[in-house]
Ligand binder design. Structure first.
Ligand SMILES: [Zn+2]
Length: 551
């Protein structure tokens, strides 16, 4: 009786103090909150409760909601943006080795890059492999060249060193070749060759097609499971440092079911600081359909939660259609069988395609499927396709297919100009045309083998069209505004995993994924956008990264 009475009083007190019950957990005030809502509204302040945004408005409006337990963050005029979402980042693969690889991303000179190897030789276990798996290009170095074998040996005389450039070249030190038992060209994966200099002398590097380099990389020792888990949490924090709170992961080469286990552990342990929507790639040439059927039998589309979600198939559906401009009828038929099966199950598809000249082959298959099973609401997408024609974009629009665009021209622009001429390069990639036609554009990087994962590098490139060497190749017709580029990286990218209703903008009811920036993205000189970082990153209102004034 007495207990009931007390309970009633407590209930009455709670009911009588609705303000306390509703006061936000966190408010951010005195800032420039770039909401990326449909009007691109700017606000001063934002309130967060239960992981979601409850109010946006003026500092005065938001401040008065604060209760005694509310955490008040003074932005001191700083800019807040929605957490960035990379719609095509090979994050799962990059994460596995993030704690055991050496990273050349953003190194301004070869001297700096070699210094990173020297540092790693000191900090890693004695004799450990030092592996640079990609993400760099000679144009980023002021020396404008690749490292020599002698330079690598000089900075790490007691470690095997392996440095890969894109998917066509890898330098090994003698200790590395010895450890892999490579004594002659016959020991290389098929298609691999020893590189020779102008005088016919071996340089120590291996060249060859993508297959040869992937197979060579596969010979390297893999990090153990604990290292993979450590690498995953560290890679996600690194993305948080750069304001990234979400990725759409397109699988990729060399990725087996085992490679997902570190990610799954981090998710089970509640340690995810980046939301991941992942798709699966066919891995065994010829039996992709059976393989994908078996892998997804108990994996319905959309399965998962807001931190980790299954998002269909791609970027490689079959080996035969991967980077193949001239697939045979039977290649195309097998591909059709798989994507039709996926459409029947409501799966998103994301498909890697390089050149517009051959994309008709892919679009014809998608159109055929669409006549039998409508795909308009399934969020299918094409990745890359940097020279997309108006006609291809119109066909994509008619099918409801989105386009994930990466800053490939930041590293590869000069090569594109060489192959296709400066006039063609002026419209690459035609994001303004795509937006005008109504194709959803998501932004991203394609990191980490072929590019840097830094979204601010990509945002700067969207806006100035300049390569890493500073050469402007894109024209103003296809240069988006800062607002549009940010839209691509937030609302645009969110679309590809059906998430534009829950994140991608800072609006009431949406998840409180945001970043407080070190510089004002909307007003700093364009050439400084690439240097912006986050000072404070939140995922669902929880601080996942804090630096400088917020440390
Ligand atoms: Zn790709």
């Amino acid at each position: 009786m007495k207990n009931t009475f007390v309970a009633l009083i407590v209930a009455a007190m709670l009911a009588a103090s609705p303000v306390a019950a509703q006061s936000p957990e966190t408010v951010l005030v005195n800032g420039k909150v770039v909401t990326v809502d449909s009007q691109f509204s700017i606000r001063q302040a934002i309130a967060i409760r239960d992981g979601k945004i409850t109010v946006t408005g003026s500092t005065a409006d938001v401040q008065k909601l604060a209760g005694p337990a509310t955490r008040v963050i003074d932005l001191q005029g700083r800019t807040v943006i929605p957490g960035l979402i990379d719609s095509h980042l090979h994050a799962i693969r990059a994460a596995l080795s993030f704690s055991t690889e050496v990273n050349w991303i953003g190194a301004p000179s070869l001297t700096d890059a070699l210094g990173r190897i020297r540092d790693a030789a000191r900090t890693m276990k004695p004799g450990a492999w030092l592996i640079v798996a990609g993400g760099w290009n000679v144009q980023q170095f002021k020396e404008n060249r690749r490292p020599t074998q002698a330079e690598l040996v000089a900075v790490a005389p007691n470690n095997p060193v392996y440095v890969q450039l894109g998917y066509g070249w890898a330098m090994l030190t003698p200790l590395a070749s010895k450890a892999l038992n490579i004594n002659s060209e016959a020991d290389l994966p098929s298609g691999g060759r020893f590189e020779k200099d102008a005088g016919g002398k071996l340089t120590g590097a291996v060249t060859g097609g993508q297959g040869a380099i992937i197979a060579l990389f596969d010979k390297l020792p893999r990090p153990g499971f604990d290292d993979q888990v450590e690498g995953t949490t560290r890679f996600f924090r690194e993305l948080n440092r750069l304001a990234v709170t979400g990725v759409v992961d397109p699988g990729g080469n060399n990725l087996t079911p085992d490679d997902y286990q570190a990610l799954f552990k981090v998710w089970r342990d509640g340690r995810m600081t980046v939301r991941v929507a992942y798709s699966l790639c066919g891995q065994t040439p010829g039996s992709e359909l059976e393989e994908l059927k078996s892998w997804t039998a108990l994996l319905p589309t959309g399965f998962g939660d807001q931190m980790l979600r299954f998002n269909g198939l791609g970027e490689r559906i079959t080996a035969a259609m991967n980077n193949n401009d001239r697939p045979t009828e039977s290649d195309k038929d097998r591909y059709y069988q798989i994507v039709k099966w996926a459409a029947e199950r409501g799966m998103p598809i994301t498909m890697h395609w390089g050149r517009d000249g051959s994309v008709d082959q892919l679009l014809t298959i998608f159109e055929r499927v669409n006549r039998e099973v409508p795909i308009g609401n399934l969020r299918w997408s094409i990745a890359h396709l940097n020279d997309a024609s108006v006609q291809s974009l119109q066909r994509m629009k008619a099918l409801g297919i989105g386009w994930t665009v990466q800053d490939a021209m930041y590293f590869g622009g000069e090569q594109f100009v060489q192959q296709s001429g400066p006039e063609a390069a002026r419209r690459v990639p035609p994001v303004n045309t795509a937006a005008k036609i109504g194709v959803t554009v998501g932004a991203g990087t394609d990191a980490h083998r072929v590019a840097s994962y830094n979204p601010f590098t990509a945002l700067q490139w969207f806006i100035d069209g300049k390569t890493v060497a500073g050469v402007a190749i894109r024209g103003p017709e296809e240069t988006p505004t800062r607002a549009d580029a940010l839209r691509f990286y937030t609302m645009g990218s969110a679309w590809f995993s059906h998430d534009e209703q829950t994140r991608g903008s800072l609006e009431v009811g949406k998840l409180a994924d945001l970043a407080v920036l070190s510089g004002d993205y909307l007003t700093v000189p364009v050439d400084q956008i690439g240097r912006i970082e986050s000072l404070l990153t939140m995922v669902a209102g929880k601080i996942v990264y804090a630096e400088g004034p917020y440390k």
